[in-house]
Ligand binder design. Structure first.
Ligand code: G6P
Ligand code: ZN
Length: 544
């Protein structure tokens, strides 16, 4: 089998964002576009030659074609072994799990996460390194630099491989193994959680739950784990068949896109527990009857209760939260006497802390929670963690929440998103805020006094690398906070995210609606950033 050397010209838009290279499908369909990026991975990651590579994706449109392209390029670049999930499937956390378990040199995840799929939707490709986590910036920048000068890629002239049949085959000298994408991951979950306790909860006759896989990748995982291994009633998993366009849905587990599930938790007959995950299975949303657990509170609650779960019985070493995530986890860390790191947005910043054993749990407001069991955030893991807590504590989600607030105080939290903004105006808005920063400390805004104002920068405590301009932070003496940043995951225009948080120690006020509790802060945030005059928007598009 002859290796083909195909001449190509660079595309200049291949800089990976917060989470890999994410673009509209039609951009990926340009001849050479995917090929260039994949070859750039092999050109810059020499350990893949002679090594093991894991490949799979969330099943969205273009997943199968992309995998065939990657297999040929990988074989032409002397990869020794490739592990592919059957049907081309792998959730993001499962890729991380499999890289670690089989000591692979890396993995390629095909997904645009929670962005819609289909011919008019988005596609994405992300490279994960040997620890199972997303490539650090040094690696993604090297790949990007290579894409700017690339002039050829290597491939083979071979028919597509069968991705549906389990088992091994050869492509040139490369061993191709089509493996069950679920089993290794499900086994790992069994080592962490008390499956007997959860099994009993499911069979107690007074617990009803639903998991919404949103027609994305977690369907097969949730069916195997919840229904087959844990004995949840058949039908517990909703929308469990992965579809190329996610059934025309938007596989983003939040109050807006998982609205139907939220409805099922309402009222006296509402479900006791409901959860959802996103396109590639790394995000989670947790709901109880008539209640929604913010991702920020979820991280804090998992940390405060970790000792109740077998995998964390020995206690946690530390916590990390991304900067826009509420400070609730910090209160728990202080109580436990462990460190709470504040990192920039993006899962990759947790990797070094996890590898160095500085933290056990980490989380982001963007519906991501995880631990040192893999190096990605993990949707089903978070769901199982909650189920384990519900089984052990024998309380409802709402009771666990109120208990937590009573102990630690409540960090009211909300995020307001202004989507589809003109890029230039959005950048000017952030520049405007940047200019205000030096004068803000000590100033009175509404009833709040500014105690600090900065553009968040982070120095990684492990490798000393510095990341700047990560979002505008305005902290108030009361513990309240406003954060502004532009989304790094969109594929057109700009999205302004405004994160608002206030601290409430008084239990009598803990049941307030967060939008009401945060109203004064919302007004301050809009005025300070001149949102209406600069964007023409009077209200956010999405509130979570
Ligand atoms: C992806 C990353 C997360 C990050 C999120 C931020 O989902 O995996 O780690 O928190 O993007 O998205 P944004 O649109 O706010 O940049
Ligand atoms: Zn995702």
């Amino acid at each position: 089998m002859e290796t083909l050397r195909i001449a190509t010209i660079p595309f200049h838009d291949q800089r990976p964002g917060t989470s890999g290279l994410r673009k509209q499908v039609r951009i990926f369909q340009q001849p050479g576009y995917l090929e260039n990026f994949v070859q750039a991975i092999f050109d810059t990651q020499p350990e893949l030659k002679g090594g093991t590579l894991v490949v799979g994706g969330d099943g969205r449109y273009f997943n199968r074609e992309a995998i065939q392209v990657i297999l040929r390029i990988a074989a032409a670049n002397w990869v020794r072994q490739i592990l592919i999930g059957q049907y081309g499937f792998f959730s993001t956390p499962a890729v991380s799990c499999v890289i670690r378990k089989y000591q692979a040199q890396g993995g390629i995840v095909l997904s645009a996460s929670h962005n819609p799929g289909g011919p008019d939707g988005d596609f994405g490709i992300k490279f994960n390194v040997a620890n199972g986590g997303p490539a650090p910036e040094s690696v993604t920048e090297a790949i990007f630099a290579r894409t700017r000068v690339i002039d050829h890629y290597l491939t083979l002239d071979t028919p597509p491989l069968d991705l549906d049949r389990l088992g091994g085959t050869k492509l040139k000298d490369t061993a191709i193994e089509v493996i069950d994408p679920v089993c290794d991951y499900a086994d790992l979950m069994e080592t962490i959680f008390d499956f007997d306790a959860i099994h009993q909860l499911f069979n107690s006759g007074h617990f009803r739950m639903r998991f919404d896989a949103m027609h994305a990748i977690t369907g097969p995982y949730a069916r195997e784990i919840l229904e087959n291994r844990l004995g949840a009633e058949p039908g517990t998993v909703l929308n469990g068949n992965p579809l190329e366009d996610f059934g025309s849905g938007h596989p983003d587990p939040n109050l807006v896109h998982a609205h139907a599930l939220v409805e099922m938790t309402r009222g006296l007959k509402g479900l006791d527990f409901a959860a959802a995950s996103d396109g590639d299975g790394d995000r989670n949303m947790i709901l109880g009857r008539d209640c929604f657990v913010t991702p920020s509170d979820s991280l804090a609650i998992l940390a405060a209760n970790a000792h109740l779960v077998p995998g964390y019985r020995q206690g946690i070493r530390g916590i990390a939260r991304s900067m826009p995530t509420s400070q609730a986890a910090k209160r728990v860390a202080d109580f436990l006497g462990v460190e709470c790191y504040e990192t920039p947005t993006g899962w990759k910043f947790f990797g070094n802390l996890l590898d160095a054993g500085r933290i056990t749990l980490c989380g982001e407001e963007s519906f991501g929670t995880g631990s040192d069991h893999v190096r990605e955030k993990d949707g089903l893991w978070a769901v199982l963690f909650w189920l384990n807590l519900l089984a052990v504590r024998q309380q409802s989600v709402a009771e666990i929440l109120s208990d937590h607030w009573r102990r630690f105080g409540r960090n009211f939290y909300t995020r307001h998103d202004y989507e589809g903004l003109d890029l230039k105006s959005a950048e000017l808005l952030i520049d405007h805020l940047r200019r205000l920063l030096p004068d803000l400390p000590g100033h009175q805004l509404g009833a709040e006094t500014v105690s600090y104002a900065d553009d968040f920068a982070y120095t990684d405590p492990i490798d000393g690398s510095r990341t700047e301009r990560q979002g505008i932070r305005i902290g108030f003496a009361s513990g309240a906070r406003i954060v502004y940043r532009l989304s790094g995951t969109g594929t057109s225009g700009a999205t302004l995210r405004v994160y608002l948080e206030s601290f409430e120690p008084d239990p009598d006020r803990h049941q307030l609606d967060p939008q009401e509790a945060l109203r004064p802060l919302v007004l301050i945030a809009r005025e300070l950033a001149q949102i209406e005059t600069r964007t023409g928007r009077t209200e956010p598009d999405v509130i979570t």
